[in-house]
Ligand binder design. Structure first.
Ligand code: FES
Length: 152
């Protein structure tokens, strides 16, 4: 890993969030060594960087899965039983929201409305929408993704 991202900004505390956002964009999470180099470069305590990284929901301290699954729990999806989709995913993958499977393939996250209410209940995987989800569809989708990834 290169720390270039950190040094792209002037050495001023007000750029802490911008640096963390760039790191998140590049790696999908904030690796610890980057928190350390940000703290060192900006000359601010590591705990301050850590607090910021944990405060903002868009930042993550853990790597996401190759397939980052977002389950919408906005109103339209919730009334169409998005929670049963979440439960099915938890059962199939053996993880809870915010976690990643041990093989690094899948992570799940419960989110608010993702702007596709007509497709409720909907999930989003790496930017692609999957609508009108049912437990059966979720299972088939996970099987497909597993297969695709073993054939890569
Ligand atoms: S409530 Fe799920 S997409 Fe809007």
């Amino acid at each position: 890993m290169s720390n270039d991202i950190v040094y792209n900004y002037p050495k001023e505390k007000r750029f802490t969030l911008a640096i963390l956002q760039d790191i998140q964009k590049e790696y999908g999470y904030i690796p610890r060594e980057y928190m350390e180099s940000t703290s060192h470069y900006l000359n601010i305590p590591l705990t301050d960087v850590y607090s910021l990284a944990t405060f903002y929901k868009a930042l993550s301290l853990k790597p996401k899965g190759k397939y980052a699954i977002k389950i919408c729990n906005g109103t339209a999806c919730h009334i169409r039983d998005s929670i049963s989709i979440l439960k099915e995913l938890e059962d199939i993958l053996g993880i809870k929201p915010g976690e990643t499977t041990e093989d690094g393939l899948f992570s799940i996250e419960l989110v608010n409305c993702i702007g596709a209410c007509a497709l409720a209940p909907v999930i989003l995987i790496n930017g692609k929408y999957y609508g009108h989800m049912t437990k059966e569809k979720v299972k088939a989708l996970i099987d497909d993704l597993r297969e695709v990834s073993t054939n890569e």
